[in-house]
Design a protein around this ligand. Sequence first.
Ligand code: DX5
Ligand code: ZN
Length: 224
Amino acid sequence: MKKHLIAPSLLAADFANLQRDIEMVNRSDADWFHVDIMDGSFAPNISFGMPVVKAMKRHATKPLDVHCMVVQPERYIQQIRDAGADIITVHYEACTHLHRVIQQIKETGAKAGVAINPHTRADVLEPIIEDIDLALVMSVNPGFGGQKFIYGTLEKIRKVKEMIIVRNSPALIEVDGGVGLQNAEKVLKAGADVLVAGSAVFKAEDPTATISKLKALDVNTLSI
Ligand code: DX5
Ligand code: ZN
């Protein structure tokens, strides 16, 4: 069984000490940096833009997994790639020509992901499931860290997993929002490959140890 990946979300980092927090993740058992770009329109909040992503890239020694919560993300794909993104994920709900945007991401050399909101059905991923590297299942509504995990998401993760197996897609399933030690086992058991964790990591007393605990979970021996 392939080991799952951990992607701490820098949205919950201390922006005044970004370099320190990035270096902590570099030294930890984490696999990726999750980077949330919000435009104040698709998501009801503004996070940060390209200059900050570029600054993150200067210190990060692990891939930048950029989650683009932006309307018409096709306007920014090349800039996000140039800022240092290794994976670029756009929202199904934000793209009129989703298939074209996926091709656009791949042409930059980045891996391509598609995210779906909590209210969006899993089967919208079906027409493009073979074309993507990552299916991001949102387990909170986009906009803020520290929200409560929506448990109905577990069923959706199972559906996406089934779709990936049936269609022989290479896509990994990433789950984002409200994930922490209290529910990570259930999320993994449902089929997640990548766990995003913002507050669960950065608000923990010992962020490095929390990352290690999330990484050490063994889905084959889980008691649920
Ligand atoms: C929410 C973002 C998430 C957020 C997760 O819109 O996409 O990545 O940072 O934060 P937590 O883990 O605190 O829910
Ligand atoms: Zn995110």
